[in-house]
Each structure stands twice: as structure tokens, then as C-alpha cells.
Design a protein around this ligand. Structure first.
Ligand code: DGL
Length: 270
């Protein structure tokens, strides 16, 4: 059950790193008047290689920080954290509305013509019981080929969106999907739309690629109740190197001079 929205000073958004910017980008478009705080847990990326316990521990530390800073809504802009932590977060903070990010199995079922769907995700998402349950609930007899894609997020975090090595890795992860002839593929990690062209090239022009960030941002818009008098702002924080993240944001997203601060759980201000 989703909690009712509570008025808050800001919307807290987090991901292991830069992937959640694909959700934040949509949120900024839809809610230009909102106060947004984005936390990139860069020092611990990729989450896709962490254990479920470690993913939950990171998600708890980050959520505690976002709430302490006045978040009235928390957007988990990460499929991997959603898969392994959203239930525990909701149980721990029952009064807080959380918006998760999960592959759109239902839209894929509606889109496929041949009944074969591919799902590209991080290794931890691919192995999660929550994803298995989601597929069982919504696949309606369609075949869903789940492909864990180790290595992709590392390239994107490093600012590599187009190297030969990345193309080869994408090619390799798409081979099983091509082998079964999927006509629809889900980008089940928020980093993956940043290299959408590479997935499309590897899968072929006839395969329909589906992404989820717009739906996630719309859900956040539906739930958001701003506190009176809150002013629009964007704060970006990272557990990694703030300057490197600022450069990445400028270069890839074209956002000018973003305000990026260092964050560690122990120095998180109440
Ligand atoms: N962007 C995240 C996701 O949607 C996490 C990727 C990672 O850190 O492995 O799954």
C-alpha cells in the first residue's frame, strides 16, 4: 500500500550514481517549481554488484538523510534499490510516500506482437525475487527473457557512453535476446537510457525499446504536495567526488555549473 502524500520542503531522489538523472530530468520538466535533492551514491556504485543486504543498508542511510533534510517524498530512481529495499523502507517509514522504479512489464505485454520480451537489468535486479514476482504477476503467458548486464554501469559512471569496449559489451548482453527473437525490450536500469542508441543498434531497428523514467516521474508528480512557501531548487550530493560528478552532469546532461556537494552518512546534517 502506498502512503498518502505528506507536505514536505523537498523531493528526495537517489540512485547508485548517475542513472537516476534520467528520472530527475523528467521530474525537473514536470515540476519546475519543486525543491529537488538528488543523491548519487557514487562511492558504492554499481549497486548491481552488491549483495541485497548491502543495497538495503545503503538505501536506509540515504533515505534517513533525505528525510532529515526535509523530503516529503522519496523517489528511488534505481531499479536495483527498488528491487531489494523498497519493501523494507516502506515498512520502516510507513508515513513516507516512496516512488520506486521497476521495469514496465505491463506496457511491454501490451506492446509485444510476437509474445517475446527482453529485459535488460543489473545482475542484482535480474536475480531479485521481486522482479520474478513482477513478471509472474503481469507477463500473461508472454516469454520474458531477463538478461543481467554486468559492466555496463561502470562505463556510464566513468563517462564512457560510446567506446568500442562498451559497444562490444552491449552487443554481448543483447545476444540472448536476439537469439529468441524478442520484438520488445525493457531498459530495466535507470542508467541504460543514457546509451539507448547502443541498445537499439545491438538489438536492431525492429525491436521496440521501452523505458520507465517518465512514468516514475509522473507518479511522483501525482503524490507530491509541496509545503507552503517552498522555493524551487536543485541540490546534488554524492558520496564520491563532487567535482567529477559536476563535470559529468555538465558534459552529458548539459546542465550548467550544477551545485554538487560531498555527502557521507556520518556528516549528514540533521
Ligand atoms: N541505476 C540503477 C538501476 O536502475 C543502479 C545501477 C547500478 O548501480 O548497478 O538499477
Amino acid at each position: 500500500m502506498q502512503s498518502a502524500a505528506i507536505p514536505g520542503r523537498e523531493i528526495g531522489v537517489f540512485d547508485s550514481g548517475v542513472g537516476g538523472f534520467t528520472v530527475l530530468r523528467e521530474l525537473r520538466e514536470l515540476l519546475p517549481q519543486a525543491r529537488l535533492r538528488y543523491l548519487a551514491d557514487t562511492a558504492y556504485a554499481p549497486y548491481g554488484n552488491l549483495s541485497p543486504e548491502a543495497i538495503r543498508a545503503r538505501s536506509f542511510a540515504i533515505t534517513a538523510h533525505l528525510l532529515a533534510r526535509g523530503a516529503g517524498l522519496v523517489v528511488i530512481a534505481c531499479n536495483t534499490a527498488t528491487a531489494h529495499a523498497i519493501e523494507a523502507l516502506r515498512a520502516h517509514w510507513p508515513g513516507v510516500p516512496f516512488v520506486g522504479t521497476e521495469p514496465g512489464i505491463k506496457p511491454a505485454v501490451a506492446a509485444t506482437r510476437n509474445g517475446r520480451i527482453g529485459l535488460l537489468a543489473t545482475p542484482a535486479t535480474a536475480a531479485s525475487p521481486r522482479l520474478r514476482a513482477l513478471i509472474e504477476r503481469h507477463a500473461q503467458g508472454r516469454e520474458v527473457v531477463v538478461q543481467g548486464c554486468p559492466g555496463i554501469v561502470d562505463h556510464i559512471e566513468a563517462g564512457d557512453l560510446d567506446s568500442q569496449a562498451l559497444r562490444e559489451l552491449v552487443e554481448r548482453h543483447c545476444t540472448p535476446l536476439r537469439a529468441v527473437g524478442v520484438d520488445t525490450a525493457l531498459l530495466g536500469c535507470t542508467h541504460y537510457p543514457l546509451i539507448e542508441r547502443l541498445w537499439q543498434a545491438a538489438l536492431g531497428p525492429h525491436v521496440k525499446l521501452l523505458r520507465i523514467e517518465t512514468a516514475v516521474a509522473r507518479r511522483a508528480v501525482d503524490l507530491w504536495v509541496p509545503a507552503p512557501g517552498s522555493q524551487p531548487a536543485l541540490q546534488i550530493e554524492t558520496s564520491g567526488d563532487p567535482r567529477a560528478l559536476g563535470d559529468w552532469v555538465e558534459r552529458v546532461l548539459g546542465w550548467r555549473g550544477p551545485d554538487v556537494h560531498a555527502w557521507q552518512p556520518e556528516n549528514a546534517a540533521p
